[in-house]
Design a protein around this ligand. Structure first.
Ligand code: KG4
Ligand code: ZN
Length: 362
């Protein structure tokens, strides 16, 4: 294997179609050469959620163009590639097949290795593309499909410390937005409304707060919001802002509580001088929740590492990078690798909704 490797990454597991090129040097450092993402948001917006068939067709339509654009941006050709990586799960099967088949065709045509990457591993390893980030670290993944704490001890070495037992956090934001008629994407709209709202007006539940362990639950909170919205009838602008602010405050309090448990769980396994919390997923963009992360890290002696937003949300750079890390360890996959709609990061954890085992959006 060359001391430096050039990897093309493809991401098609949900509603982003993406292609990216990264280079990995022998010392383990990475360079992001290009990162092309097409968001299908407007394709799905009329339906109020992601429609699998529409997603798969949009991946077919856009993937080739994105690969060409990523190649051009990076100034490389197919002949320069050392390997190709694609998200092989978890996610929507139709979309996964598009990316995996494309990667297999490129691998076969160019006689280069194929890396079938777990989307969650992509999120987990992203900080190492940008800077030195030694194992072990604690990962909090808060996206539209997952809400998990993972202990990351190495490439392929993950232990789930906690997960949502029902809805993912981003999903809860999206559902609250829908209940209030705010539209998609829900998270940023709820955050914007919350800024001018009264967080004390509605006393929403703080799910799991005070319970042992690091699991999350958001369905009860969502139901409580639904009941308040129903009781309000036709909500005024102030009502909407107050519901959003009170909901976001309930999430912030829950997150603070779960974080302190996760810090303790991590420290019980790895007592170390400068532990790190890595955060990934679209919800990490929320400024109010980011403040909670910062405060909790500071008070528990953890350093917070949140990759830039465009690498926190779904992208192909993280897939290319996870592929590069796996390739460096000789972990290439066969061309018979089948896409896996359910694929937990850690094989031993019990099945749970939102863990990658129940076919949830990643
Ligand atoms: O990681 P991501 O881009 O995609 C996947 O879910 O895979 O995350 C998208 C989720 C959506 O649920 C969106 O509403 C949420 O992240 N989100 C936010 C914010 N920005 C995006 N949630 C709360 N506050 C935000 N500012
Ligand atoms: Zn994701």
């Amino acid at each position: 294997m060359n001391s430096t490797t050039l990897i093309l990454g493809l991401e098609t597991s949900c509603d982003e179609t993406a292609a990216a090129l990264v280079r990995r040097h022998a010392d383990g450092s990475g360079v992001l050469l290009s990162n092309q993402v097409y968001s299908q948001l407007k394709d799905h917006a009329p339906f109020g959620g992601v429609v699998p068939e529409i997603a798969a067709r949009a991946h077919v339509q856009h993937l080739d163009g994105l690969i060409a654009a990523a190649m051009k941006e990076a100034g490389v050709t197919f002949a320069d590639l050392d390997a190709v990586a694609a998200t092989a799960g978890p996610g929507l099967l139709g979309g996964l097949l598009v990316g995996v088949m494309e990667a297999k065709a490129i691998a076969l045509a160019r006689s280069i290795p194929l890396l079938a990457v777990n989307h969650l591993e992509g999120h987990a390893l992203t900080p190492r593309l940008l800077q030195k980030c030694e194992f072990p670290y604690l990962l909090l993944l808060i996206s539209g499909g997952h809400t998990q704490f993972q202990l990351v001890e190495g490439v392929g070495r993950y232990t789930r410390l906690g997960t949502t037992i029902d809805d993912a956090l981003g999903e809860a934001f999206d559902k609250v937005a829908k209940l209030l008629g705010l539209g998609l994407p829900g998270g940023p709209r709820v955050e914007a409304e919350a800024r001018r709202g009264n967080a004390k007006r509605f006393d929403f539940p703080r799910p799991m707060k005070g319970r042992s362990g690091c699991d999350f639950s958001f369905s009860g909170l969502k139901t409580a919001v639904r009941e308040v919205v129903r009781d309000l009838g036709i909500a005024s602008e102030q009502d909407i802002a107050d519901v959003c602010a009170s909901f976001q405050q309930a999430v912030a309090d829950t997150l603070a509580d779960r974080l302190s448990h996760a810090f303790a769980a991590f420290t019980a396994i790895h007592a170390m001088p400068n532990p790190v919390l890595v955060v990934a997923g679209g919800v990490a963009a929320n400024a109010a929740l980011r403040a909670v992360l910062e405060r909790q890290c500071a008070s528990h002696g953890f350093t917070l590492n949140v990759p830039p937003f465009h690498l926190c949300t779904d992208n192909a750079a993280m897939i290319a990078w996870a592929g590069a890390e796996r390739l460096a360890l000789g972990l290439a996959d066969g061309l018979d690798f089948a896409a896996r709609p359910r694929w937990p990061l850690d094989a031993v954890s019990a099945p749970a909704y939102g863990s990658g085992r129940m076919g949830a959006k990643a």
